[in-house]
Write a protein of this length. Structure first.
Length: 222
């Protein structure tokens, strides 16, 4: 078995072990502008050069998913079709908490998302892939929860929490674009050759595709 194939198998198995179980994700619609997937090309080229700390990226993403999961459960349970009533203040608070956690994760990852001339190790490539998978699952779960919420609450309730929903939706692209752009900026430094870089870019493209679909909910939030 070729070395690159060994790394690719290790990456896939590692993410299955490290990442929490997530629902099967649909194939996102293609993003027509590759620049939109990788982030602005000029911004990627002008990344500050340093040593990327993949552990910081993975830690920020894992903390975000852990923090947001409970809030999404609260929103989902309270907006269920058989829920006895909607506690709008609680839902409003959960949405505000999600927005805060998303901003914290985006800020926390920023120092680690630097251009580099140092090759990643196989373990770092694995951690990066796992972080991308976690981001994708998180954004998809946010979409599911907010879609359910918007489809069940009335117009009066929607008017009360619409701004908070819109804030969460608008934070999705700022959250995922930097790590996706980072992936495209360090492809030549990933061990394993084309097999591994293809796996990373496929997941990165999917992450951006899922995040982009949240835009379709913005109109329903008002």
């Amino acid at each position: 078995m070729k070395f690159s194939n060994v790394i690719a198998i290790s990456l896939s198995l590692g993410c299955q072990v490290l990442a929490a179980p997530a629902p099967a994700l649909p194939t996102p619609a293609p993003v027509s502008d590759v620049g939109a997937v990788a982030g602005d090309a000029s911004a990627v080229r002008s990344l500050p050069v340093g040593v990327p700390n993949i552990a910081v990226i993975k830690g920020a993403v894992s903390e975000l998913r852990s923090s947001v999961s409970g809030e999404l459960s609260t929103i989902t349970s309270m907006s269920a079709s058989d829920a006895p009533s909607y506690d709008i203040p609680v839902i409003k608070k959960s949405l505000a908490n999600i927005a805060t956690h998303m901003k914290t994760a985006t800020t926390g990852m920023a120092p680690a998302l630097v251009g580099s001339t140092i090759a990643l190790t196989a373990e770092e490539a694995q951690a990066l892939l796992c972080a991308l998978n976690e981001i994708e699952a998180l954004v998809y779960n946010i979409k599911l929860a907010l879609s359910s919420l918007l489809s069940t609450i009335g117009a009066d309730a929607k008017a009360l929490i619409g701004p908070e929903i819109a804030t969460v939706l608008e934070l999705a692209i700022p959250l995922v674009a930097p790590p996706v752009g980072f992936v495209y900026s360090i492809l030549g430094l990933v061990p394993g050759g084309a097999v591994v870089t293809t796996e990373l870019t496929t997941v990165a493209h999917s992450v951006m595709g899922v995040a982009s679909t949240l835009k379709t909910l913005l109109g329903s939030a008002h």
